[in-house]
Write a protein that binds this ligand. Structure first.
Ligand code: ADP
Ligand code: MG
Length: 269
């Protein structure tokens, strides 16, 4: 059985939750179905406002769905649970806590007295290249470093699932590429599954085992594109034919470019 199963997920926000002028219920998510395996990275691409964050929040059990099924690790999700880490565009660190105490914060929330947590926090900081910074305060770190801390914080309780909502969107291009390689390494070491929302087609493909392209609202999955780039990826992978083909397919599904004429199809296989 796949690790994650999303079946006919649908979310309608009733009009009374919207502004007074709203005449119709708002269909944020219209029948989304997909599956993913343990350790798989799935990228979610789609126009702004199409319902990607809504979908992540439903999968996290933070938002009720109107209909459909969500199963994670064999459990049907019907409310908040602990076995995931959520990472947002803004690192959202607590300025008064040191780096290591920020990483350990979920253990406080979970009221865990796991004696190994501190060692694990140090190991995670080492993994993301922040050894030596454990006593620093967030304001002493660059944006990229802060996002590394938030990655460690999301991983401290060893979740099987990472939900990432445009996590590197505010970073410069080079830092973003470094973070992409870091995320691939984290996946290798933790075997966590990752659902990764991004606006960058190139980032979506570079990271993913498959890319889901959503239509504009109400969001439907316009394309479920397997990415066949193997597990050993490096920045030069971006310049391969397979990569550029995937970029073309995703761009077509997003309506950015017109579909290629069918003549060349089949000869690429
Ligand atoms: N709590 C809410 N109540 C009413 N409408 C909402 C709520 N949350 C999101 N929406 C609406 O649902 C749509 C999808 O939003 P969102 O999931 O944030 O899109 P995305 O993350 O793809 O940009 C938007 O039109 C947004 O206004
Ligand atoms: Mg969003």
């Amino acid at each position: 059985m796949p690790f994650g199963i999303i079946k006919n997920a649908r979310k309608v926000f009733p009009q009374n939750q919207l502004s007074k002028g709203a005449k119709q219920d708002l269909i944020a998510l219209d029948d989304a179905s997909f599956e993913f395996e343990e350790g798989e990275i799935v990228s979610l691409l789609g126009p702004s406002g199409c319902g990607k964050t809504t979908l992540l929040r439903i999968i996290a059990g933070l938002l009720s769905r109107t209909s459909g099924e969500v199963t994670i690790g064999g459990k049907s999700i019907d409310g908040p649970y602990e076995d995931y880490g959520f990472i947002f565009q803004s690192p959202g660190l607590m300025p008064w806590r040191s780096v290591i105490d920020n990483v350990l914060f979920p253990m406080d929330v979970l009221k865990s007295n796991d004696a190994n947590a501190k060692t694990r926090a140090m190991d995670l900081l080492q993994l993301v290249g922040l050894n030596g910074f454990e006593k620093a305060r967030p304001h002493q770190l660059s944006g990229g470093m802060q996002q590394r801390v938030s990655l460690c914080r999301a991983l401290i309780h060893k979740p099987k699932l990472l939900l990432m909502d445009e996590p590197f969107g505010a970073l410069d291009e080079l830092t973003r590429m470094e973070m992409n390689d870091l995320l691939l390494r984290i996946r290798r070491e933790t075997h966590a599954s990752v659902l990764f929302v991004t606006h960058s087609i190139s980032e979506a493909i570079y990271l993913a085992d498959k890319v889901l392209v959503f239509s504009s609202r109400p969001a439907r999955i316009a394309l479920n594109l397997p990415i066949d780039l193997g597990n050993e990826r490096s920045q030069s992978t971006r310049f391969t034919n397979a990569f550029m083909q995937a970029e073309r397919r995703a761009s077509e599904a997003l309506g950015i470019i017109k579909p290629e004429v069918a003549v060349s199809q089949g000869s690429q296989a």
